[in-house]
Design a protein around this ligand. Structure first.
Ligand code: PEP
Ligand code: MG
Length: 579
């Protein structure tokens, strides 16, 4: 038996068989020289792979014309045409003969050249075509390498997933019924995989460094997501202890649900709004079950991660509409695409980007692909008459960017008007405050936004210069850092001075220790993973605004995060002492 300690990423206890998932990456494309005589053979390999890829696309096309929208079908048809295109094929043949390199590498190179050229074009239509080229090339290369990746969607038995680094995409497609727990070498509490684990209510411990080396495939393990511990090969006594803890955990989670329909109101009558964060439309039901008063953050980019391809307008429209319909007249905030960083649109975003978290991400990505951006904006506008919708833009760094984004929004409105599609002219449009410069400039930005939502996952990452996915430095990612608290305070005050609301949708919103402090700072809305709602609500209902204000003032006067953490711990100790 052995204990490992990591980061508690998603609460709960799971006991089961380890499933080591190590093949987590696409194959490397080999590069080697060939003899002149081999050209014919390489060319034949290419033609046969194209044939297979065509058959695959044709099959998808058949399924898509039945189930999906017109645009999806058009896209697949475009792929088919590209595979058959004489010029494309001619170019590959020429390069093969000229360079005498293996065909996989030739395709990779030509596709790379073409996509880069298209991406730097001033014509947005051409930039958008880069996605299709990359997709087609990958399809053919995978055929040549006979690569078919084991998909976590195909899991058939119950397992505890043990991985080095699970991408949000893998977490997205995995068979959620079968994955009972997640154990990961990499990652931190605010990495997107952790966020997904909480959304799926799968206990998870991350940042373990050596778990994949220490845990045997098929061996028994315990995941204690609440304490951030993993037990390898537990003995009978330990197993029994954890089984009891599992029952206790379930009981206390159920007890807390009794507060679900009560308002989030302090003992001295100050009301705040508690909402849920979601990544998939289906989660709206779960949010309601936990008593969410709305959706404070729908991470729309997850719609794009599953096929690694832009979702067309109709697919988006249906997904957004589904959330709105589930939520009735409750407010739903949909965030425009925050692709990039660790959520790559694999067909065009480069995983080799030097600093992806400081790179081609969120609105920066959208602003350079206007069609993709406007497609989303049109889908959102069309939905604005279907429910209580608000939209918000991620990663706004300053006024210029906000003005650019709003200009696209106006263009999308104009396009809807031309098509006779109605939309709600008064739909609130907010921005995320997650870049330190935006927090500092919040008084200026507040003049152009209907609300703010603080993204503390990124705000902590950028203000403290600590990569949110890197377990080696996760001890530095302290949301209670006085520098971070001051940014929160500046933002909340700026919002109030301008008469708009300040929300917070980073993971900090669901941290019970942070609740009194955030209340005291004047936060109006908390948005968190749904299962965290009952406990946060209980804490708010048992607190007074007067005490919370005093706590916040004391915290703001502190010079170290340890001191502030201690203050919140003392508060919680007192809070729980009456239980
Ligand atoms: C955040 O940065 O706090 C946030 C809510 O957005 P995301 O975690 O998706 O980056
Ligand atoms: Mg963010």
């Amino acid at each position: 038996m052995e204990y490992l300690s990591g980061i508690s990423a998603s609460s709960g206890i799971a006991i089961g068989k380890a499933f080591l998932y190590l093949d987590d990456d696409a194959p490397e494309i080999p590069r080697y020289g060939i003899q002149k005589e081999q050209v014919v053979k390489e060319w034949e390999r290419f033609l046969s792979a194209v044939g297979e890829a065509r058959a695959e696309v044709a099959k998808l096309l058949e399924a898509s014309s039945r189930e999906m929208g017109r645009e999806q079908t058009e896209l697949l048809e475009a792929h088919l045409l590209m595979l058959e295109d004489e010029e494309f094929q001619g170019r590959i043949k020429e390069t093969l003969e000229e360079r005498l390199e293996n065909i996989e590498w030739v395709i990779r190179d030509i596709a790379h050249e073409l996509t880069q050229k298209l991406l730097s074009s001033p014509d947005s239509y051409l930039r958008e075509r880069a996605v299709d080229i990359a997709d087609v090339a990958r399809r053919v290369i995978y055929k040549l390498l006979s690569f078919r990746r084991f998909s976590l969607a195909d899991l058939t038995g119950d397992v505890i997933l043990v991985v080095h680094d699970l991408s949000p995409m893998d977490a997205f497609v995995m068979n959620k019924e079968r994955v009972k727990g997640i154990v990961m070498d990499m990652g931190s509490r605010t990495s997107h995989t952790a966020i997904l684990a909480r959304a799926f209510e799968v206990p998870a411990v991350l940042g373990l460094s050596r778990a994949t080396r220490l845990i045997d495939d098929g061996g028994q393990i315990i995941v204690d997501g609440t304490a951030g511990q993993v037990v390898i090969d537990p003995d009978a006594r330990t197993l029994k202890r954890y089984k009891n803890a599992f029952s206790r955990y379930r009981r206390s989670a159920k007890d807390l649900l009794q507060y679900k329909d009560y308002p989030a109101e302090t003992t001295d009558g100050h009301k705040v709004i508690l909402k849920a964060n979601i990544e998939f439309p289906e989660e709206a039901e779960q949010a309601l079950r936990y008593g969410a008063e709305g959706i404070g953050l729908y991470r729309s980019e997850f719609l794009f991660l599953s096929p690694g391809h832009p979702a067309e307008e109709e697919v988006q429209y249906q997904a957004y509409r589904k959330v709105l319909k589930s939520m009735g007249d409750k407010p739903v905030t949909i965030r425009t695409l925050d692709l990039g960083g660790d959520k790559l649109l694999s067909s065009i975003q480069d995983s080799d980007e030097k600093n992806p978290l400081l790179g081609w991400r969120a609105v920066r990505f959208c602003l350079s692909l206007p069609e993709l951006f406007k497609t989303q904006l049109r889908a959102l506008l069309r939905c604005s008459v279907e429910g209580n919708l608000r939209i918000m833009f991620p990663m706004i760094s300053g006024m210029e960017e906000l003005i650019d984004v709003l200009a696209f929004f106006e263009e999308a409105k104009e396009e809807c008007r031309k098509k006779g599609q109605p939309y709600n002219e008064d739909m609130p449009v907010g921005i995320m405050i997650e870049i330190p410069a935006a927090a500092v400039m919040a008084d200026v930005l507040a003049k152009k936004a209907d609300f703010f939502s603080l993204g503390t996952n990124d705000l902590v990452q950028y203000s403290l210069a600590v990569d949110r996915g890197n377990e080696k430095i996760s001890y530095l990612a302290q949301p209670f850092h006085p520098g971070v608290l001051r940014l929160l305070k500046t933002t909340i005050d700026a919002a109030h001075n301008q008469g708009i609301k300040a929300a917070l949708c980073g993971e900090l919103a669901g941290d019970p220790y942070a609740a009194p402090l955030l209340l005291g700072l004047g936060l109006d809305e908390f948005s968190m993973n749904a299962s965290a709602l009952p406990l946060v609500k209980k804490i708010i209902r048992d607190s007074s605004m007067e005490d919370c204000g005093a706590l916040a003032a004391e915290a703001l006067a502190c010079s170290s995060w340890q001191r502030i953490a201690l203050l919140t711990e003392e508060w919680m100790a007192e809070f729980f002492s009456d239980e």
